[in-house]
Design a protein around this ligand. Structure first.
Ligand code: SIN
Ligand code: FE2
Length: 219
């Protein structure tokens, strides 16, 4: 699909088509890993990681927080985006400029020019944590892609179709990898298989994921 576009890029910058509309950009954020983790620490100092409760009353194994104008939250009332952190009633921390630029560059490399995320969901997985198959469908504008940056321990990304019953494909995500999905794959079911134990040089026994979205309708 995108092979011609990337014929001059080194192997660590290869774009792997996953399904139509979805691309795995291996190593796209490799050079930024340390800087991303420094600003991750700043974000979670302002808006701590927490385990959200689903509307069904289940406590998620992944710890989450947000930065940017909007943040994704879940509680007994449902899933939604909101401009303030329910723990503090303060605005979410600012989205670091380097994060926004990385997300826009990755989106463009995957064929989605002009991506302007207004929400970054920050996920932290410890060994044993998983994220069940789900669609990202709480955003208003489905024409914008999702950009997902992996840091720390490797994980298995499950990526299916718009139908929950279809068996998902499995992709290994390493620290510095970026996945972009949109277009025909925007509503694909996806998730993270239970994280195996491990010790990563940058994050220890943890995988961090930054998921960039355009959640609101502001231009
Ligand atoms: C998500 O679907 O919100 C996160 C996916 C990931 O952790 O890679
Ligand atoms: Fe998701």
């Amino acid at each position: 699909m995108t092979a011609d576009l990337f014929e001059d890029t080194p192997p660590e910058r290869m774009a792997q088509p996953m399904v139509p509309g979805a691309v795995l950009l291996q190593g796209f954020a490799r050079d930024l890993q340390a800087a991303l983790l420094t600003s991750f620490e700043e974000v979670i100092a302002q808006a701590p990681l927490r385990h959200l409760v689903t509307p069904g009353g289940y406590t998620m194994s992944v710890a989450m927080t947000n930065c940017g104008p909007l943040g994704w939250v879940s509680d007994r009332r449902g899933y939604r985006y909101q401009a303030t952190d329910p723990l503090s009633n303060q605005p979410w921390p600012k989205m670091p400029g380097a994060w926004r630029e990385l997300a826009a560059r990755a989106a463009a490399a995957a064929g989605y020019a002009g991506f302007k995320p207004d929400a970054c969901l920050v996920n932290s997985y410890q060994p044993g944590a998983k994220l069940s198959l789900h669609q990202d469908r709480d955003e208003i504008d489905m024409s914008a892609p999702i950009v997902s940056v992996s840091l720390g321990l490797p994980a298995t990304f499950l990526f299916g179709t718009e139908r929950r019953a279809d068996k998902p494909q499995r992709f290994r995500l390493l620290s510095g990898d970026v996945v972009v999905w949109g277009g025909a794959s925007r509503l694909a079911y996806h998730g993270i298989a239970q994280l195996p134990a491990g010790d990563h040089a940058l994050t220890g026994a943890r995988r961090i994921n930054l998921t960039f979205r355009k959640a609101g309708d502001a231009a």
